[in-house]
Design a protein around this ligand. Structure first.
Ligand code: ADP
Ligand code: MG
Ligand code: MG
Length: 885
């Protein structure tokens, strides 16, 4: 028999797949002896069964009622009974934390009858009615589907009528009236009464939590976070404890360290006389934990102790939710907390220093994505001028964008290519699409634990919250700060690292981490933590890291960033600008003599290019790819040229001979599918003299660098090979040129010759190709295009978002390597290539070389190195290290 429920006393942290993160950790805390209100967890398996069949899995009701009996017996109270009723919370909690994305319903068990009992036993009438109105609102919106805004409107109107500033200004009678109004609202909206039966409340609440797994915002969040859609959520049913019992009660959120910066010391927000959902929702302004220390030193001391216990137990930053009921502290949730990239590095280094984790664990806890974020530019604080406002720096980074005041507008403008900053009083889960679309999120209310802060941190999005000087007017689509008014569309700059908001677009400078990589500046603080992680990664990684660089400047930068050579030096950029004329002459040449003249003119220029790059990478391998793109890319655009000629004709000026010739060539060389046309090695085999010129330039550059006392290590790479025959022909030509140059210069030049593997046929015949190739480099961009049959330039706009929506893939195969398809070809080519030539060097030079997940795949596939853009080199080094752990 499948079992669908576990008491908190039965579970543990290693059961998160089944119990969800929240349930597993509630069980863990229970086991650790921390004060957790008793309860039980309905498994994710039950949720999956429910979602698959649309009905409650058999036996679940029975299990729930058994657990309930146990809870009632332990508490000496019965669910919803008139005197001293037991109340429950019903809480969602999936395997991966999805803050605020699904539903939680508090105070289950209250009805018109038991509310009176609760008032009596607690001696606090206001509290009883406050709890009841919360239940009716949460149940009404979550379970029954009434728009939650309608409840809020009623509440707002009542507060206004009473002149109350916040919910605390409403008395017991007000709240009792509100309950009636809420119930009436539900009846009008849904034609159904708010259920008075506690058992029915409980049952429907559990099913509603199941259903919230497929709610729109939960789905959006999962897509964004690449969480699979088929996990389902667990449901935690827990005895209520009450933070809204009066001034000696309250609820809060705490972190064992600062989740924004990672600095040691408790961090959190507390809200007296409130239930927990108020803290995150920002209904009133919270106080920092130091405020709690003043209000209730005993509970604070206990909280401190528990947080210490948790951090030592989990050996990581933990965040917790707690409630104090009349001076008694209860732990309601813990998890390993989300954190900014800065905090991730700082905390990992801190815990390693304290000996709580090993250096390898510290490395495992940081990420290449985080490192990339730390390399983004910052605002130049010496040049920004006066800030418009200051808030709490909740998620770091520098963002510039036009202010917008609702999620839909943010999405609209972002879709049109505009950068926007979403400004809200506070955010709710409904703002998620806008938060995703915006560069930054700015709120006027809420602390580091508010919804905006938590979600933005999770997404790595810039966030400043609680900027109280700002008055947000969403109806008027403007904000004001003192005398200043900003209409929608006005550009601001948001600094998530110090909380400042500047008018206009503030100038940017390199971040500290970037300066460190650029200059090797003495590390301190965050940079020290980053440097430590890099050292460890370099110490353990097996994969080499090279850079894709076409200029001496890029080569030098890549080297500073730790590149161990160039994995891809493209030569096409070297044919642009002034040199285009020479390429044109080569293409248009009618005689061998004309062509040779054009090639002779290109030769010294190419030689200079290579000399400079070999110098910048002295002593390290430089893989130079022979010309790859179709030649007509160097000719004028066909339409443009035709228009020019037509215009000339209309003016009565006959086209010049050159233009006519050009048009003729352009027409002749036009291809419907240039990416699959005359390019790569095909070009070298068809355009006479081109390969010889390029190889000669490389060889002569090697001679020149050698004579200058350098250590040049050029490698020649042939693109777009389909069959070994192509490579054999090119290689013969290369050999001839190298022999010629050796003879002429008296220096023996020997450059390894290898090939790109970027067509499925090449991958499938890699064993044959390896007979002629001294190295392979996977061109995963083309390999992805040709394996999937996707034109990269067309498909992303055409249908990728639909494919992502439909879950056909969760990430573009151009971003992260498709292991099952493209990856399989890589594996075949590695195996067969090495079988044919055991010392075959194998790398990858597509964009995937700098993508963290892909780096892990390349490590596992046994490649020798990855090559990526210079700025991604540190990311690849770090991930290559993590892959080796
Ligand atoms: P989320 O996953 O969105 O944080 P939770 O299930 O943690 O949702 O519930 C939200 C809040 O409800 C919690 O922060 C907590 O303060 C409050 N809450 C949940 N269960 C209880 C309970 N048993 N007693 C008191 N408050 C509770
Ligand atoms: Mg919670
Ligand atoms: Mg290619």
């Amino acid at each position: 028999m499948v079992r669908y429920t576990y008491a908190f006393t039965e579970g543990g942290r290693d059961m998160a797949d089944l119990l969800g993160g929240k349930g597993a950790n509630l069980a863990e805390m229970t086991r650790m002896g921390l004060p957790v209100p008793p309860g039980f967890t309905v498994t994710t398996e039950a949720c999956r069964a429910f979602l698959a069949t649309g009905s409650e899995p058999p036996g679940l009701a029975r299990e729930i009622s058994d657990h309930l009996t146990g809870l009632e017996r332990a508490a000496g109270r019965r669910l919803g009974q008139r005197d001293d009723p037991l109340l429950l919370s019903v809480r969602s909690g999936a395997r991966f934390s999805m803050p605020g994305m699904m539903e939680t319903i508090l105070d289950i068990g209250l009805n018109d009858d038991s509310v009176l009992g609760l008032a009596e036993t607690s001696g606090n009438e206001r509290f009883a009615w406050d709890s009841y109105r919360r239940l009716v609102q949460m149940f009404g919106s979550t379970v029954m589907g009434v728009d939650s805004g309608l409840f809020e409107d009623l509440m707002a109107r009542l507060k206004e009528a009473r002149g109350a500033r916040d919910d605390l200004g409403l008395g017991a009678a007000d709240l009792a009236g509100l309950v009636e109004a809420y119930k009436e609202l539900i009846r009008l909206e849904k034609g159904e009464h708010f259920p008075q039966s506690p058992a029915e409340q409980l049952r429907r609440a559990v099913l509603a939590v199941f259903e919230s797994w497929n709610g729109e915002r939960a789905r959006l969040y999962r897509r964004r976070e690449h969480i699979p859609d088929d996990l389902g959520t667990a449901v935690n049913v827990q005895t209520m404890v009450f933070g809204n019992l009066g001034p000696d009660s309250g609820s809060g959120v705490a972190f064992t360290r600062d989740p924004a910066t990672g600095s040691a010391g408790l961090y959190g927000d507390y809200l007296p006389n409130a239930q927990g959902e108020d803290v995150v929702a920002g209904v009133r302004n919270t106080v920092p934990l130091t405020g709690l220390e003043r209000l209730d030193p005993a509970s604070y001391a206990q909280l401190r102790e528990y947080l210490g216990t948790l951090e030592t137990h989990y050996r990581d930053l933990c965040d917790i939710e707690f409630t104090i009921e009349r001076g008694r502290l209860w732990m309601l949730q813990t998890r390993v907390g989300k954190r900014t990239a800065e905090a991730a590095f700082t905390i990992a280094a801190g815990l390693a220093d304290e000996g709580l984790i090993s250096p390898d664990e510290a490395l495992a806890r940081v990420s290449g994505d985080g490192l990339a974020r730390l390399m983004f530019p910052r605002f130049d604080t010496s040049a920004v001028g006066e800030a418009l406002a200051h808030g709490i720096p909740a998620s770091p980074g520098a963002a510039v964008g036009a202010v917008v005041f609702d999620s839909a507008e943010a999405v609209r403008r972002a879709a049109a290519g505009e950068k926007v900053v979403l400004v809200r009083q506070e955010t709710t889960p409904d703002d998620l699409p806008g938060m995703v679309a915006a560069q930054a999120v700015l709120t006027s209310r809420g602390g580091k634990t508010s919804h905006a802060a938590v979600v933005a941190r999770g997404m790595g999005k810039v966030c400043v919250c609680g900027a109280e000087e700002i008055t947000v007017d969403p109806q008027g689509r403007r904000l004001t700060v003192g005398e200043v008014t900003l209409e929608e569309g006005t550009v601001v700059s948001v600094d998530g690292s110090d909380g400042a908001v500047y008018p206009g677009a503030a100038p940017l400078v390199d971040s500290a981490v970037m300066r460190y990589f650029e200059t090797g500046a003495v590390p301190a603080g965050l940079v020290e933590a980053v440097a430590g992680a890099m050292r460890r990664a370099d110490g353990v990684r097996r994969l080499g890291v090279r850079a894709n660089a076409d200029t001496p400047e890029d080569a030098a930068r890549a080297r500073r960033f730790g590149a161990e050579g160039i994995g891809l030096c493209r030569t096409e950029h070297m044919f642009l600008g002034d040199r285009r004329r020479l390429v044109e002459a080569m293409i248009l040449a009618r005689t061998d003599a004309e062509r040779e003249r054009a090639l002779d003119a290109l030769l010294p220029l190419q030689r200079q290019d290579f000399t400079a790059i070999l110098e910048a990478m002295d002593g390290l391998p430089v893989t130079i790819r022979l010309l790859d793109p179709p030649l007509h890319e160097f000719l004028p655009d066909r339409t443009e040229l035709a228009v020019r000629l037509a215009a000339a004709e209309a003016r009565g000026t006959p086209p010049g001979a050159h233009d006519a010739e050009l048009l003729d060539a352009v027409n002749r060389m036009h291809e419907e599918n240039p990416m699959l046309g005359l390019r790569g090695v095909r070009l070298g085999l068809v355009a006479p003299g081109l390969v010889a010129m390029q190889v000669r330039a490389i060889a002569e550059a090697v001679v020149e660098r050698g004579q200058a006392g350098g250590d040049p290590r050029a490698e020649i790479m042939v693109p777009l090979i389909d069959t070994v025959e192509e490579l054999r022909l090119v290689r013969e030509e290369v050999r001839q040129v190298l022999a010629d140059v050796s003879k002429e210069s008296g220096v023996s030049v020997d450059c390894p010759v290898g090939t790109m593997i970027e067509l499925p046929r090449a991958a499938l015949t890699a064993g044959r190709i390896a007979e002629e190739a001294q190295f392979f480099s996977f061109g995963t961009n083309d390999l992805t295009q040709t394996t999937w049959g996707f034109s990269r330039d067309d498909v992303e706009a055409a249908f990728f978002s639909a494919y992502l929506d439909k879950g056909i893939f969760t990430v573009s195969p151009f971003e992260t390597i498709d292991r099952a398809g493209v990856g399989r070809l890589v594996e075949i080519a590695v195996a067969e290539g090495r079988a044919a030539r055991p010392d075959l060097k194998i790398g990858v030079c597509g964009e995937h070389g700098g993508d963290p997940e892909s780096v892990h795949f390349f490590h596992a596939a046994g490649l020798d190195y990855v090559s990526c853009s210079p700025f991604r080199v540190p990311v690849a080094r770090l991930e290559a290290g993590r892959a080796a752990l």
